[in-house]
Design a protein around this ligand. Sequence first.
Ligand code: TMP
Length: 207
Amino acid sequence: MTRGKFITLEGMDGAGKSTHLSWIPGFLVARGVKVRLTREPGGTPLGERLRELMLDKHQKLHAETEALLMFAARREHLAKVILPALEAGEWVVCDRFTDATFAYQSGGSGLAWDRIAMLENWVQGSLQPDLTLYFDVPSEVGKARTQAAREPDRFEQEGRSFFDRVREGYLRRAREMPQRVQIIDGTETLEKVKQSVENIILSICFK
Ligand code: TMP
């Protein structure tokens, strides 16, 4: 059985990730792939319960608690959902993964980068997604889009400087792993972004 591919989508809130998540699974299925769509935080009963706690705007967790909970949920997600699906030949499309912990808990909230790297190594070993689509927008664009679209969750309530640092965190990850993390200009029109995403998926995952 050929192992499936692991694709993650990343970007600050309002970058357009969810819009593009709506067509990517269908695009893959049309090419004969079996797809498992999942998300973080979440993806398992434990992960979904932790998600509720972590996104609750009435309680602010310590950044280290938050990082530890993200990785606890991730361990469960890998063991119960992601790895079994990949081994069964399914392709896993995950709405956020470890890059978000680097971007939000280190970039945004200021935890040491190396601390997150230690947790990453503990929980994942050498496992990385085959492809990460990172939707890049300036913080003011992300903010304007989330404010127009919905009631903000706890992270979406943060200010511009927090999201500037989140973006820096993502760009640092992209510099560290340029093959895996593909930067997509999320300020382009929907049609242009869709075209770039299709080209990237075809060239990296179907070569
Ligand atoms: P979502 O609404 O795009 O699913 O993301 C939920 C929020 O959780 C988003 O604001 C980013 C945040 N988050 C972290 O802070 N660290 C993480 O490791 C993950 C996966 C998400």
